[in-house]
Design a protein around this ligand. Structure first.
Ligand SMILES: Cc1cc2nc3c(=O)[nH]c(=O)nc-3n(C[C@H](O)[C@H](O)[C@H](O)COP(=O)(O)O)c2cc1C
Ligand SMILES: O=C(O)C(=O)c1ccccc1
Length: 362
C-alpha cells in the first residue's frame, strides 16, 4: 500500500468509533474476497519498457465524455457523515478539485442535490454520478432517477451484485444495523410510499432481472454503468443491452465472499467486451502501481472506496484531497517509469505474476 494512504488509514482508525471503523473496513463472511482484492494486486508486477522516449506521461483519461485528471475515480460508499461531520459535501469538494468523478451512493448521508452543489462550488463542470440499487417498486426507482437527474448527475451506476445484502461479520458482532440519531440515508426521503419527511429503507431484491435494467434505460437518457459484474458472459450481455460502461467489482468483498478479486476477473471481462464499452475496476486499489496494472489488464479507469473514507475520517476534505493527489502523482510517475506516454500506453504483456522464474504473462 502507498505510504501516504497507510498513514491516513491509521489516523482514521484512531479517530473513528471502532464500530464505524469495522463497518468501513469489513467484508462479508470470512472476509476472503476482501483480502483477495489487495492480495491479487500484490501478486502483480509491472514490466517496464525502456528507451521509449514517451514521457513524461499524461495521466488524464476521457470517460463517458468527461475528462478526468487521472484514471482514478471515487467508488460509491455509504454514510460519509459517520467519518466526518462534513460528510459527502467534503468528499464532493475534494473530488471536484482533484478533477475526477465522484459516484455518490444512494445510501449517502447527504442528499444528491447537495452533493452536486458542493462539487460545483469548487468546479462548475464537476461530474457526479449517482449509484442506484434498482428498487422492487418501479415508482421508487423512478423518483430516485428524477432526483439524480434534477441534481445534475451525468450517469447512473446500477449496482447489480446485491440481490441480497451481504452478511457482514463485524457488523453482526457489533450490532451495527442503524445509523446514529441525526443521520439518515437522505436520498431515501420523500419517496413514493413513505410518509412526507420520512426515509424509506433501501431494498435489495433477488427478483431483479435484465428486464428491470431495460425499463430503467427506457426511463432516462442518462448513460448507465453496470457495477458488480464479474462473469464475462454478463459483461457481453451488458454491452449487448446498451449499457454505457461496466464496473468490475466484488463490492469491496462485502457481498459474495467466494467471489474472486475484481482484478482477477478483469482480463476475461475485458476480452468479452472487446473494446465495445469502457471497463472500470474497483477493489483493493491502494497505489498508483495498482491502478496502472489494472489499466494494462484492460481497465479504462479504477475506483477507490475505502481510501477515500480513510482520508475523510482522518482530515475531512483535506484528507480526501491528499489521497487523490497522491494517487494522481503516483500514476503519473509509474506510467513514466514504465515508458508509457499516457494511460493507454501499457499492454497486457507488461503485467506479470510474481513468484515465477522468468516472465510469466497474466
Ligand atoms: C463502507 C462501504 C460502503 C459501501 N457502500 C456502497 C454503496 O452504497 N453502493 C455500492 O454500490 N457500493 C458500495 N460499496 C462498494 C464500493 O463501491 C466499492 O466497490 C469497494 O469499496 C471498492 O473496494 P475498495 O474499498 O477496496 O477500494 C461500499 C464499500 C464500502 C467499503
Ligand atoms: O453497499 C454496501 O457495501 C453498504 O455498506 C451499504 C450500506 C447501507 C446501505 C446500502 C449499502
Amino acid at each position: 500500500m502507498n505510504g501516504v494512504l497507510a498513514a491516513l488509514r491509521e489516523r482514521a482508525r484512531a479517530r473513528l468509533d471502532p464500530v464505524h471503523w469495522d463497518f468501513y473496513e469489513g467484508g462479508a463472511g470470512a472476509e476472503t474476497a476482501l483480502a483477495a482484492n489487495e492480495a491479487a494486486f500484490a501478486r502483480l508486477a509491472l514490466l517496464p519498457r525502456v528507451l521509449t522516449g514517451a514521457g513524461p506521461a499524461d495521466p488524464a483519461v476521457t470517460l463517458l465524455g468527461e475528462r478526468l485528471s487521472m484514471p482514478v475515480l471515487v467508488s460509491p460508499t455509504a454514510f460519509h457523515r459517520l467519518a466526518h461531520p462534513d460528510g459527502e459535501r467534503a468528499t464532493a469538494r475534494a473530488v471536484a478539485a482533484a478533477g475526477t468523478v465522484l459516484i455518490t451512493s444512494m445510501a449517502a448521508t447527504t442528499a444528491v442535490d447537495e452533493v452536486t452543489a458542493a462539487a460545483r462550488e469548487v468546479r462548475p463542470d464537476a461530474a457526479v454520478w449517482f449509484q442506484l440499487y434498482l428498487q422492487p417498486e418501479p415508482a421508487v426507482t423512478e423518483a430516485l432517477v428524477r432526483r439524480a437527474e434534477k441534481a445534475g448527475c451525468t450517469a447512473l451506476v446500477v449496482t447489480a451484485d446485491s440481490p441480497v445484502f451481504g452478511r457482514r461479520t463485524r457488523d453482526d458482532r457489533n450490532g451495527f444495523h442503524d445509523l446514529p440519531p441525526g443521520l439518515a440515508a437522505e436520498n431515501m426521503r420523500d419517496l413514493p410510499g413513505a410518509p412526507p419527511g420520512r426515509t424509506r429503507d433501501i431494498a435489495m431484491s433477488p427478483a431483479l432481472s435484465w428486464a428491470d435494467l431495460r425499463r430503467l434505460r427506457e426511463l432516462t437518457e442518462l448513460p448507465v454503468v453496470l457495477k458488480g459484474v464479474l462473469h464475462p458472459a454478463d459483461a457481453r450481455r451488458a454491452a449487448d443491452e446498451g449499457v454505457a460502461a461496466l464496473l468490475v467489482s466484488n463490492h469491496g468483498g462485502r457481498q459474495l465472499d467466494a467471489a474472486p478479486a475484481g482484478v482477477e476477473a478483469l482480463p476475461a471481462v475485458a476480452d468479452a467486451v472487446a473494446g465495445r464499452i469502457p471497463v472500470l475496476l474497483d477493489g483493493g486499489v491502494r497505489s498508483g502501481a495498482d491502478a496502472v496494472a489494472a489499466l494494462a489488464l484492460g481497465a479504462a479507469a479504477v475506483g477507490v472506496g475505502r481510501p477515500v473514507l480513510w482520508g475523510l475520517a482522518a482530515d475531512g476534505e483535506a484528507g480526501v484531497a491528499a489521497v487523490l493527489a497522491e494517487l494522481r502523482a503516483e500514476v503519473e510517475h509509474i506510467l513514466t517509469l514504465c515508458g508509457a506516454a499516457d494511460c493507454h500506453g501499457l499492454g497486457r504483456d507488461q503485467v506479470v505474476v510474481r513468484g515465477a522464474t522468468g516472465v510469466r504473462p497474466c
